[in-house]
Ligand binder design. Sequence first.
Ligand code: SF4
Length: 429
Amino acid sequence: MRIEDVICPFCGCLCDDLVVEVQGTTVVSVENGCTLAHEKFTGDNRLQAPIKRDGRTWHPVSYDEAIETTAQILLEADRPLLYGWSGTNGEAQSIGVHLAELLGAVIDNTSTVCHGPSIMAIQEVGHPGCTLGQVKNRADVIVYWGANPIEAHPRHMSRYTTYADGFFVKGAFLERKVIVADVRETETSNIADEFMHIEPGGDYAVLSALRAIVRGKADIIPSYVSGVAREQLVRVAEMCMNAKFGAIFFGLGLTMSRGKYKNIRNAVELTEELNRFTKFTISPMRGHWNVYGSNEVFTWISGYPFAVDFARGIAFYNPGETTSIDILRRGECDACLVVASDPGAHFPKQCCRHLAEIPTILIDPHVNVTTHLSHLQIPVAVTGIDSEGTAYRMDGVPIRTRMLYKSRYPSDREILEKIYQIVLKEKGP
Ligand code: SF4
């Protein structure tokens, strides 16, 4: 069976033009997708059945037993943590937030280690953003700051920026200027019209220098700012001011380097200042395919986008205190439910050690690093392949992913719904 207009559930681009051929319950070919998409659709390292740790070995258990065990662990915990959520759909995320509220738990998503600082900056100074469609059709200057889309979002440039012809930009490759700001040479910097090679930790100073030039104060800029020559800073500022429509995209090179959320605040303020001359927008390069959705869903229900603590009976949010890394580092939580993510591969050693010491349950289709820290793993269907659901693209546009075939795996939504019902029965409405 050949299926067209398939959504790719891998990165925040959520490309919606894939053509997938399915035989039975196997994807045999993927057209239009990048190599990451190909691996996602055709990879076959799925866990076959729920597994429970028994001393140093694992043994298979039924789905009913795995669900009951998970509910009891969460009910018995004094300070449960529900973490992950960026690799599942909005419907499952919604059940997760309600489950956290019922348990008085902390619920956090992977923004805590990626674009959490972007959200904190946006809460302070707002977000002059736009859709990727606007960028494709209008932008003649693109800035990638601390981001390397050729490796992390391989079709971003061909679908929306450098190589994508738009309604007002007919010959994109020739008409669009690309500026890259990074601390190292990358494949993306190699094709840029301007590459600002910044010293590590120097992003804030370079952003401040650009803001000063845009404000007409180029004469106060020293000959070099964090490794970038004044002449280049002036050239870049002029390219931006002379753009018909400019778009800045920033990645973890900016959110997680020295300055963190202050870097993003400075970048947003640079964007606002550029809007005195022309139209300019700024957008985060969201990594996981539905991490944006986890922020949306958490916010609809609790008022906060990540790191939401329900221990007081109301939603409380204080990044640095209620964020997963801090809770695990303090050894505070006594049970953890990980859904659709792999903290074992990304969290500091001290946090991973604590995850291995407490009962940790992983709901994920694949064996990953977190499996080895867990007490129990429940395999589920993959949203966008053998399950469907809503996801949010990196620009905030909701897109419905499709089920390509029916498999024997339950969806994470079904598993979470059953856990929720057991907890509800114990705790009462
Ligand atoms: S760029 Fe991202 S969403 Fe698009 S096909 Fe590649 S992995 Fe999938």
